[in-house]
Design a protein around this ligand. Structure first.
Ligand SMILES: [Zn+2]
Length: 116
């Protein structure tokens, strides 16, 4: 086991992947409802948008907040959902913890002190 994985309490077959950099995305101010639609529609700057290729029904892009290097997203031109939905629990028996424990502790301490 390395610094980025740990056994979950439950279920026993599921692992945890620590990806604290993802909280920047989850909590960040978003310019629009859907970054995939933004990148789909902006066909003038595939380099900045990390778009690798465009097909007839879908396009490929790099995840700007990856689980590992070279994390590629395959996005249909007609997305079915918005937000930070991921398939890690389904396809990898892995839940992603998007925040460092020290940051969670700091936020909880601040909330505790604020409530008195
Ligand atoms: Zn969309």
């Amino acid at each position: 086991m390395d610094n980025h994985t740990a056994k979950a309490e439950s279920p026993p077959s599921e692992r945890l992947l620590w990806a604290p950099w993802r909280l920047e995305y989850i909590r960040g101010i978003k310019d629009s409802d859907c970054f995939i639609c933004d990148k789909r529609d902006d066909r003038n700057d595939d380099d900045r948008n990390l778009v690798l290729a465009r097909g007839q029904e879908s396009f490929l892009l790099l995840n700007a907040f990856p689980y590992n290097s070279g994390h590629v997203l395959v996005a249909p031109y007609r997305p079915r959902w918005i937000g930070d939905t991921n398939f890690m629990p389904v396809i990898g028996d892995t839940r992603v913890v998007p925040e460092a424990l020290t940051d969670t502790a700091r936020r909880l301490r601040e909330a505790w002190e604020k409530e008195g």
